[in-house]
Ligand binder design. Structure first.
Ligand code: GUN
Ligand code: ZN
Length: 435
């Protein structure tokens, strides 16, 4: 069946950190996206497309709005939905005092089901159509997440956390259980519908060398699976890794040693990565997930996308909320904080660069850019519609916007979930803001 959406449209056909923005950004002030069987069949200026859209095809039209690729959150913890905004701690205390307590509740499948529903509904309300997700150590928490995503037909990536030390007993597995449970989940979910499995060692400190060996074996046995973990988020964490793995030259070198640096491997934060580590990322094709609301909330620091993208050794960077250390499901608010992180690093992040990061850039970081992340024929029709006048003060501010770039920058500075007028997953409208 054919359907169509009409409105202003923004997408990217290349990486503006590597090429001129004018060769990357595609903006149409009045476009039609034609959709068939969940995929984009054709797209272009409405004047041309109206000749191609067969009579009788229903067109959803959006005024004063912009259609964008559905946002992609490349690093997020669904079980932490219940601890967003936990007061007073930095990373290592925050993990012990809030996270490891909340995650124990996910032994209960019913609890996991309930939180997965809340989490995914909130994603859709924020125009987030794909996410790369940490579950907990319990396999049933992974089933709960994939089942909830499958019911919504969402393109998701997720995995069971593996950890065998420095956390409460109830949250620990063993090297063998990490292998067996992850392998069983990967066999069940990797490539089923729109789901993909992510091998998920929590971070270096919570795995023994024996466990990292087994996780490396998983990576070899499931070569198309994604890999996710955390790297170089907090200075005390970095020092701890050095104590635990003195034979390794850096935090990243630990992951490298165990075979966990490759394309489709994505590491959260990376704030304190050294030049030597950035070079490993570049050489292996692994990516960093930039988590600005979380990095500010936990006082971890300000990641520099500009430094990561230096042309002599550019690395892939995705955008991420990192909830529940992150503080908002909104990718607009995440971009707001990304701009401030850039300011602290001495450069301005333009709206064009920012929206690239939230869409195509994130898709490239986790290797799903052949399927989503841009509005092009053949891509899956995951889309978000941003209302450019979503609150009285944004509407007022927009009167003084001199061009589309400025309008877009206003959205990422002032917009939030109220700016998302509608969200489409595989061509189906799955969320529409109340009028
Ligand atoms: N490092 C290890 N685990 C976590 C986590 O759950 N959140 C964050 N922000 N960092 C981590
Ligand atoms: Zn995280």
């Amino acid at each position: 069946m054919l359907t169509a959406i009409r409105g202003a449209m923004l997408t990217f056909k290349d990486d503006p950190f590597a090429k001129d923005m004018k060769d990357c950004m595609v903006y149409e002030s009045d476009a039609i996206v034609l959709i068939e069987d969940g995929k984009i069949k054709d797209v272009g200026p409405a004047a041309d497309m109206l000749k191609k859209v067969p009579a009788g095809v229903e067109i959803d039209s959006y005024k004063d709005s912009v259609i964008v690729p559905g946002f992609i959150d490349t690093h997020v913890h669904y079980p932490q939905t219940q601890i967003i905004g936990a007061y007073g701690e930095q990373l290592l205390d925050w993990l012990n005092n809030y996270t490891f307590i909340a995650e124990q509740q996910f032994a209960d499948k019913n609890h996991a089901d309930e939180v997965a529903d809340v989490f995914l509904n909130e994603c859709l309300k924020n125009g987030v159509t794909s996410a790369t997700v940490y579950c907990t150590v319990y396999p049933q928490s992974v089933d709960a997440f994939f089942e909830a995503a499958e019911a919504r037909n969402m393109r998701v990536q997720a995995g069971k956390i593996t950890m065998d030390r420095f956390a409460p007993e109830a949250l620990l597995d063993t090297p063998q259980r990490a292998y067996d449970e992850s392998a069983a989940l990967a066999k069940k979910w990797h490539g089923r519908g729109r789901a993909e499995y992510v091998i998920t060692p929590r971070f270096v400190p919570t795995s023994t060398p024996e466990q990292l060996e087994m996780v490396g074996q998983l990576a070899r046995d499931f070569p198309t699976a994604l890999i996710q973990s955390h790297v170089s988020e907090n200075v005390n964490e970095v020092a701890w890794v050095k104590e635990l793995y003195p034979e390794c030259s850096s935090y990243t070198n630990v992951y490298e040693k165990y075979g966990l640096m490759r394309e489709r491997a994505i590491y959260g934060h990376g704030i304190h990565l050294t030049e030597e580590e950035l070079e490993i990322f570049h050489a292996t094709g692994a990516a960093v997930a930039h988590c600005p609301t979380s990095n500010f909330f936990l006082g971890s620091g300000a990641f520099s996308v500009k430094k990561a993208k230096e042309s002599r050794r550019p690395i892939r960077v995705g955008l991420a909320t990192d909830l529940g250390a992150g503080t908002s499901f909104s990718m607009l608010q995440t971009l707001n904080e990304a701009y401030k992180a850039a300011q602290l690093n001495g450069y301005p992040l333009s709206a064009g660069h920012a929206f690239y990061l939230a869409s195509r850039g994130s898709a490239e970081a986790i290797g799903i850019d052949d399927k989503v992340g841009s509005i092009e024929p053949g891509k899956e029709a995951d889309l978000a519609v941003i209302d450019l006048y979503s609150t009285p003060i944004i509407a007022y501010r927009m009167k003084y916007a001199k061009d589309f770039e400025e309008a877009l920058f206003i959205q990422m500075t002032m917009g939030d979930d109220r700016a998302i007028a509608a969200t489409y997953v595989a061509g189906k409208k799955v969320y529409a803001r109340a009028a």
